[in-house]
Design a binder for this molecule. Structure first.
Ligand code: NAP
Length: 398
């Protein structure tokens, strides 16, 4: 009988042989990519004697049609109860009460890490000469920064009140026709994110963690993020990691923790990709970096993501692209993003053999130049296949 994931007393996830995992099919092309991905997942799970009882939960347009709500409470409850799940892309309702369903899920469940691994797959067309040098894992903070939704619109009484308060209490002059946003960066939020990045880097035998920030300008938010990071290294990781400033020469077998100013980091990930490994950064920088890096390896269509709370064990893994509505139901688009998000999910669950087999089979399929339209248009001698055929080609190689 299918069972739930549990946490052992050490806080480690325990995966039963037949585990229930919730999934959101997703809007638009979700109807295409989810079945293709599930076919691949089930093939790999079967090979390794593991079963997943997939439990559909609703969000987005399908939820709205069936329940009148964009994000039913039952869906959040299912992700809470079953701890780990996966989702396709969701339409952001225009003019609805929710700014973004994806942001809402992250915030409601306090999934404070947005994990975005970026690497190149052989054969994928890339705009750079050495895409193989990119093998980075981005830890993007998911709950703070200018993404916290603390904004007032230009011309509103709220904006006038806030301007007046800032003028009277701080002597700050803000133009009267301004919209105003607030950027909170806390020590708690920064350190739990950086802690997760350090633990990950150590567990995966990575060489370094780079804290990316704009602390030269935004001293008390982004600058503080950097300082709190180095403080954490000293207080909790001094036996296993060393900061750049304290490492004179070779860090030995300790993990090296360094930092880079965001604009410089965006140049250097291009020009010196091999110097970056795990990256920890705040919400907005992380947003730019994740997509810029995904583009660098030609993988924007297949970039995976995961939203995780390492304390509670909750995780929602997701395709990072949108719903691509013009292709919905055409069995055309690339299911790679949701498939690789599944790989991340299986790794997170400790099902490494399942994850490795899917990655290998995907690599072999692309190397054989069997690809969907998006890669086919950029590759010479490619065999263009449909979304479902691509899934079958991967499953066959498993
Ligand atoms: P989009 O859906 O990502 O589509 C933009 C373009 O990206 C598509 O036209 C297509 O390019 C390419 N693309 C997207 N998915 C692909 C796939 N699986 N395989 C191959 N190519 C793919 O972005 P959008 O049009 O800006 O947004 C549409 C809706 O998605 C909006 O409602 C937005 O809010 C939502 N959205 C959701 C998420 C999420 O759920 N995580 C993320 C972003 C956007 P070509 O036309 O060149 O083939």
């Amino acid at each position: 009988m299918a069972e739930k994931l549990t946490l052992d007393p050490q806080g480690k996830l325990v995966v039963p042989k037949d585990v229930v995992l919730p999934y959101i099919e997703g809007d638009g092309t979700g109807v295409d990519i989810w079945p293709a991905a599930q076919h691949v997942f089930d093939a790999a799970l079967k090979k390794h004697g593991q079963r997943v009882s997939w439990k559909e939960v609703l969000a987005g347009e399908k939820a709205y049609r069936e329940t009148g709500e964009w994000l039913p409470e039952a869906t959040i409850e299912a992700f809470r109860e079953y701890r780990v799940g996966i989702k396709g892309p969701l339409t952001t309702p225009v003019g609805g009460g929710i700014r973004s369903l994806n942001v809402a899920i992250r915030q409601i469940m306090d999934l404070y890490v947005c994990l975005r691994p970026v690497r190149w797959f052989q054969g994928v067309p890339s705009p750079v000469r050495h895409p193989e040098l990119v093998d980075m894992v981005i830890f993007r903070e998911n709950t703070e920064d200018v993404y916290a939704g603390l904004e007032v619109a230009e011309g509103t009484p709220e904006a006038a009140k806030l301007r007046e308060f800032l003028h009277d209490n701080f002597g700050w002059e803000i133009r009267s026709d301004s919209g105003i946003g607030i950027k909170p960066i806390s020590k708690t939020g920064s350190q739990r994110l950086i802690r997760a990045a350090l633990e990950y880097a150590l567990a995966h035998h990575r060489r370094s963690v780079t804290l990316v920030h704009k602390g030269n300008i935004q001293k008390f938010t982004e600058g503080a993020f950097r300082s709190w990071g180095y403080e954490l290294v000293k207080e909790e990781f001094s036996d296993r990691a060393v900061s750049w400033e304290e490492c004179h020469g070779d860090p030995g077998d300790r993990l090296l923790v360094k930092d880079a100013i965001a604009d410089n980091a965006l140049q250097q990930v291009l020009t010196r990709a091999d110097e970056f490994d795990v990256i920890a950064t705040m919400n907005l920088n992380g947003d730019y970096l994740s997509d810029a890096l995904a583009a660098q390896v030609g993988g924007i269509g297949i970039a995976p993501g995961g939203n995780i709370n390492y304390v509670t064990g909750h995780g929602v893994f997701e395709a990072t692209h949108g719903t691509a509505p013009k292709y919905a139901g055409l069995d055309k688009v690339n299911p790679g993003s949701v498939i690789l998000s599944g790989v991340m999910m299986f790794e997170y669950l400790g099902l490494q053999d399942v994850a490795d087999d899917i990655t290998r089979a995907l690599e072999e399929t692309i190397a054989a130049r069997i690809v969907t339209y998006d890669f086919a248009r950029l590759m010479e001698g490619a065999t263009e296949v449909s979304c479902s055929e691509f899934g079958h080609a991967i499953a066959e190689r498993i």
